[in-house]
Design a binder for this molecule. Structure first.
Ligand code: ADP
Ligand code: TRP
Length: 322
């Protein structure tokens, strides 16, 4: 049994890039018999930037609703909100005392963010230590992350190694799992889809709004009658990620035959999303209308998470001499 742990910052409603790139593959991994998955919403990390109570709550619920809507099994696995398990902040302190200042000063993500933001708070600086605590508090064995998080994982391993050297058997050293095949899902403008580029497709929108978003995908000016290039078309690239082989081949044929406009292609993409994710879109919106169901799930998860967290924390406290 491998214990897999993943966290996601609750920065807004998950988009198609988050779903295809992170959420759906993580759920598939959690379904394997031999795995136990711990998934949490990193709302303490979000507090480095979000200062509005309603937004913080709304983002947490929307992120949780997406995981639940796509069938994450909260009985087999652990599903919780970072801020509900306060043990993590205590562990962060112990780890802070084992984290060399220059290690944090060299973090790419900090350097990137501190160049762009007006509010460069210490929370942003010690962000990787809280992330190390997220992982070490649960004896996680495998942590799947995107490339951008690899340095944080290396820091976690270094901090845990240094701590274990002084206080043996305190932590399990986690393995990083970077999915090299991880797809980069393009947004409506062809760049990487991201909330921060305003090019994302939120599949949970109402039909009307979703259609509008899809109709806004950038395409070139090839006239309607002419054959079209599938490789350089944002609409086709998205369709390719979602359709069956048959559906993709059919659409390709229409592109190549001509007399098929980008508007028609967008309509097909819209219909495909509605058909493919009918159940998940309904689930999501039902959950968002009944956030008490989400809240119950998160409370259930926090209770289970606290059992592991308090055990590990006790082990560390004993080792330190408290
Ligand atoms: P955003 O860029 O919208 O803020 P995040 O950085 O919060 O997204 O990413 C959350 C998760 O979704 C990460 O695991 C990230 O690798 C994945 N992800 C985000 N955008 C994409 C994308 N365009 N293609 C594939 N995966 C993505
Ligand atoms: N920093 C991660 C991100 O921005 C989210 C995160 C927080 C995380 N704690 C974690 C990921 C622990 C994996 C393990 O994507």
């Amino acid at each position: 049994m491998a214990r897999i742990l993943t966290g996601i910052q609750s920065t807004g409603r998950p988009h198609l890039g988050n779903l295809l790139g992170a959420i759906i593959p993580a759920i598939a991994l959690s379904k394997q018999e031999k795995n136990e998955s711990l998934f949490f919403i990193a709302d303490l990390h979000s507090f480095t930037a979000i200062r509005d109570a309603e937004t913080l709550k709304e983002n947490t619920y929307a992120t949780a609703a997406a995981w639940l809507a796509f069938g994450f099994d909260t009985d087999k696995n652990l599903f919780y909100r970072q801020s509900d398990v306060t043990e993590v902040t205590e562990l962060t302190w112990y780890l802070n005392c084992f984290t060399p200042f220059p290690m944090l000063a060299n973090a790419h993500s900090f350097k990137d963010k501190s160049n762009k933001l007006s509010d460069v708070n210490t929370g942003l600086f010690t962000y990787p230590v809280l992330m190390a605590a997220d992982i070490l508090l649960y004896d996680a064995e495998i942590v799947p992350v995107g490339k951008d998080q690899m340095q944080h994982l290396e820091m976690t391993r270094d901090i845990a190694g240094a701590f274990n050297h002084k206080y043996p058997n305190s932590f399990v050293i986690p393995e990083t799992k970077v999915d090299k095949r991880m797809m980069i899902i393009p947004g409506t403008d062809g760049q990487k889809m991201s909330k921060s580029y305003n090019n994302d497709i939120d599949i949970f929108l109402s039909d009307k709004k979703l259609r509008k978003k899809i109709m806004g995908i950038k395409t070139d000016s090839t006239p309607m009658e002419e054959p079209k290039d599938t490789e350089n078309c944002n609409v086709f690239q998205l369709y390719k990620l979602l359709g069956t082989d048959n559906q993709i081949a059919n659409l390709k044929k229409k592109y190549e035959e001509g007399n098929f406009g980008y508007g028609d292609a967008k309509k097909e993409l819209f219909e495909l999303i509605c058909e493919k994710y009918k159940k998940e879109r309904e689930n999501f919106n039902q959950l968002m209308d009944n956030t008490d169901i989400i809240e119950k799930e998160l409370q259930k998860g926090a209770k289970k998470a606290r059992v592991i967290a308090s055990e590990v924390l006790q082990r560390v406290r004993t080792n330190i001499g408290y």
